[in-house]
Design a protein around this ligand. Structure first.
Ligand SMILES: NC(=O)c1ccc[n+]([C@@H]2O[C@H](COP(=O)([O-])OP(=O)(O)OC[C@H]3O[C@@H](n4cnc5c(N)ncnc54)[C@H](OP(=O)(O)O)[C@@H]3O)[C@@H](O)[C@H]2O)c1
Length: 234
């Protein structure tokens, strides 16, 4: 059955691969963007997830055009890496505000209609850094760890209504975000990944697609790593 899906930050990177996967299987797919072009086949809504009014308006627009959001993929995220002693208040709060508060805001808005429908899927894109920590990422790792508590609390609140909330924790994926890494850091990470390579965005999209499927209805509050074994044990 086709579903209405919203992928935040679905205009590029991992989010785009996720959005395209849903679109390919016949779902009605909306993606947020902040002014960039939206790839064909996807319904673009302009939305900065740090602004509650824009989130509310984006959901109103999607509901009017595509119907209530049945699958939410909270994917939009940023980094602002630097060591703890050098990190500014702004670097900390902007990352928390986007990655954690933005995801919470979207989940809260989506939950209204999911509760009414007694069906919903929420998938939060976290990171291996949120589970094992990473030097230079106290802000980012804290925001991504927060998504685990968020998803598990939603699971406890809404689980009996056929709404699942899961976390996907990617490791190193080939995107604009990792293209910024210095070569020496890339080489070091490659040495630490049992799988011996970075992943392609489609490999994350496949995990998200599964968690959104009817077959995954009894999987909730879970953290699914897609990391080539990088975060094992965390
Ligand atoms: N790449 C990796 O190796 C990796 C690993 C683990 C986890 N992740 C996570 O996976 C997710 C996607 O990562 P990516 O590598 O695809 O990142 P990316 O290529 O940098 O894309 C980030 C996306 O988030 C959107 N975004 C950022 N701030 C936003 C805001 N305030 N409101 C709305 N949208 C906003 C961006 O929109 P604009 O185009 O408007 O900027 C863009 O679509 C992120 O949550 C990231 O933390 C990535």
């Amino acid at each position: 059955m086709p579903r209405t899906v919203l992928v935040t930050g679905g205009n590029r990177g991992i989010g785009l691969a996720i959005a395209q996967r849903f679109a390919k299987q016949g779902d009605r797919v909306a993606v947020t963007h902040r002014g960039s072009d939206v790839p064909a086949g996807l319904y673009g809504v302009r939305c900065d997830i740090t602004d509650p009014a824009q989130v509310d308006a984006a959901f109103d627009q999607i509901e009017a055009e595509l119907g209530p959001v049945e699958v939410l993929v909270a994917n939009a995220g940023i980094t602002a890496d630097t060591l703890l002693l050098r990190m500014s208040e702004e670097q900390f709060s902007s990352v928390l505000e986007t990655n954690l508060a933005g995801s919470w805001r979207c989940a809260k808005r989506a939950a209204k209609k999911m509760l009414r429908a007694r069906w919903g899927r929420m998938i939060f894109i976290s990171s291996v850094a949120g589970l094992s920590g990473n030097p230079g990422q106290t802000n980012y790792a804290a925001s991504k760890a927060g998504l685990v508590g968020l998803a598990r609390s939603i699971t406890r609140e809404l689980g009996s209504r056929n709404i699942t909330a899961n976390v996907v924790a990617p490791g190193m994926i080939e995107t604009d975000m990792t293209a910024e890494l210095p070569q020496a850091r890339r080489d070091q990470l490659l040495g630490e990944i049992p799988g011996g390579r970075f992943a392609q965005v489609d490999e994350v999209a496949a995990a998200v697609g599964f968690l959104a499927s009817d077959e995954a209805g009894y999987i909730t509050g879970a953290v699914l790593p897609v990391d080539g074994g990088l975060g094992m044990g965390h």
